[in-house]
Design a protein around this ligand. Sequence first.
Ligand SMILES: [Zn+2]
Length: 283
Amino acid sequence: MNERGVREQVVDFARRLHARGWVANHDGNVSARAGTGRIIVTPTATSKAAVTLESLVTVDDAGERIAGASKPPGELGLHVTVYARRADVRAVVHAHPPAATALACAGSRLLEQAFLAEAVVSLGASIPTVPFAAPGRDACAALAPFLVEHDAVLLGNHGVLAWGVDVEQAYLRVELVEHLARIALEAERVGGVKPLPAASLPALLEARTKAGLGAAARGAGVATPGVARAAPTKAKAKAKVVACAPSPDAKVDIVAPGRSTPAPSGDLATIIREELARALRAR
Ligand SMILES: [Zn+2]
């Protein structure tokens, strides 16, 4: 995608944050990498409903402004911290969606347990909460330890931060975190969520790795506590796996259970459910 396309995505998804009610006032920010040493970010002190192509700011990898009339947001350091530690990441989205932010403000650990199979494949077995730290250097230092293993976190007493290969993927990860938070809070009214059986997690995490997602797929070699470390898939040039949301860099074919050829497009949700069910039955 060229820089114009990247800038249009930043504007589009910034406005979506406002439309979804996930930001108020000047809250939230969206950034995307447009090339080496060029990160596009939404401006400070601007409603996300009012972000335009002209208002975007361009900063370098250290967060220093190199183009744009506006100033970058005060939370830019969080974005720069992600880019510095994750070479695969090309976009970061930050918002204050109400349900997830409620959990972050309450110090709830509800999202640190796995209770929906598809979410484990998409985001891993746990969505951790980064302990609150003063905005700026301290907040960036608090975030850093979570970047190798995770693609989305709650920020304590603050909101949600997610990252991905493009703005859409980072946005969808914020959406999933908010959706999980709403489900967990609804479940509290009827007795609370029941965690998935621990024995089901290795198969789900293996599906995640095969989809090109997570630390193991990147060869980062980070194991989830209590779960055997999955081998990196880089060595497999064309592994046939079932994928929910594969990285564009993942060299995989989408193959439905019982088929030997890639499935027709538009069928992924069904395939992943069938595959997860099959994996769970096999255990
Ligand atoms: Zn914020």
